[in-house]
Design a protein around this ligand. Sequence first.
Ligand code: ADP
Ligand code: MG
Length: 484
Amino acid sequence: MEKEVRDKYEAVIGLEVHAQMLTKTKAYSNDVNEYGAQVNTNISAITLGHPGTLPKMNSKTIDFAIRLGIACGCTIAREQHFARKNYFYPDLPKGYQITQDTTPICTGGSIVIRTEENQEKKINITRIHMEEDAGKSIHDVDVYDTLVDLNRAGTPLLEIVSEPELRSSQEAYNYVSEIRKLVRYLDICDGNMEEGSLRCDANISVRIKGQDAFGTKVEVKNMNSIRNVQRAIEFEITRQIEVLESGGKLSQETRGFDALKGITISMRSKEAANDYRYFPEPDLQPLFIKQEQIDEIKMDMPTLPRALFEKYTKEFGLSEYDAYNLTDNKGIALYYEELIRHTKNYKAAANWIMGDIKSYLNEFGKEIDEFPLNTERIASLIKLIDEGKISSSIASQKIFPEMLISDDPALFIAERLNLIQDSSENTLKNFILQVFEENKTEVERYKAGDKQLTGFFMGKLMKVSNGKADPKIANSLLQQMLNT
Ligand code: ADP
Ligand code: MG
């Protein structure tokens, strides 16, 4: 699409994110809640919705919802009512979902994202409510039939509905990433979009820039990664602009995303939309949340990425870039938090994690909790550098790899490999003289005015000294000897 055409329009996006709760049992029964179990094993009569069975509220889901609500600054409703959302589907054995209609547990609050211009932007949350998942229809195992696995039926969900305040596919990407990060920090959902434990429906419309009224929205489903949420939205924005530009009209509909083709396809129109006939769930009593319960959860909240980000930038003086990278993954943040209990060199600690440690993890496809070196060992390495015993390049190239295969303390390794920095003037002088001897033409050129050769001499010096020359001292000595 031509840029001038695209630039006339603005996208308006609101997301509905479903997060499966990491509770041991299901939302309204004692059936085990686990991903990947043998099909149709965690399905008691309650999950199957047999006549005469009664749901029983899992109080853990309330705790989790409150935890998320507090983290987002929501108002927590003290009175909870449940509702039936009725529809027929083969993987919905009861014929309805128990959800919340007019009394969501959380309202207000927000998620803070970064825009493309790297500005903070608050995305307001309309509501967060509790509900249950349906089972799963499996279309790709049997060639002729659809199979149904009901293990997932009754899994507790939190649905997080945003205001239509996102303005680009990138903002939507960042918003879902923030939610995933948050639920992982809160330990309430594993955030795995590929396995469907975090899902997202995107509502998308476009309007001419400057226009107040919203355009007709289209809802897109079936994205199994955050990248695909972004791709689906991007496709949909272009498609809608093209329809409008060619004089057409958009219709309110639900579309599905085809990740292989990268396109959205109409599933059903508004006229065919379900009428869910919500009504109060007669089998569950309204529930009252005590202020003490909210206070208790508040006291027990884990540190959140935003608070860590503030601390790292404001107290530790790290760059926003560093702080973002350290807090993006909860495991990494926890490792850093532990590391800085053993060293006060915050920047060096951050560099080790984002440099050598992350490279190691990437290379071996590991998570930080599988990293073999504890924080004390990394701190001892930082100490050796700070004391001038080894250079940071020697630490990174020689000592760190050796520590991965040896339990020896860093200092022992440095001594064993004969890598302790030698900064006695005599030794350094001899090394420098050797470098001059071996590179006579360059010395001539330097004296004739080519001052850029300093770097060349430093490189040679490091080589002949086996990396043991303290760079700072060596550099000043080198300058001194070159200029006399
Ligand atoms: P529905 O009644 O179809 O469920 P809601 O008003 O409940 O619609 O909104 C559902 C989601 O759609 C919310 O995330 C909301 O922000 C978003 N939304 C509402 N109107 C628009 C619009 N015109 N364009 C994009 N998103 C919208
Ligand atoms: Mg709605």
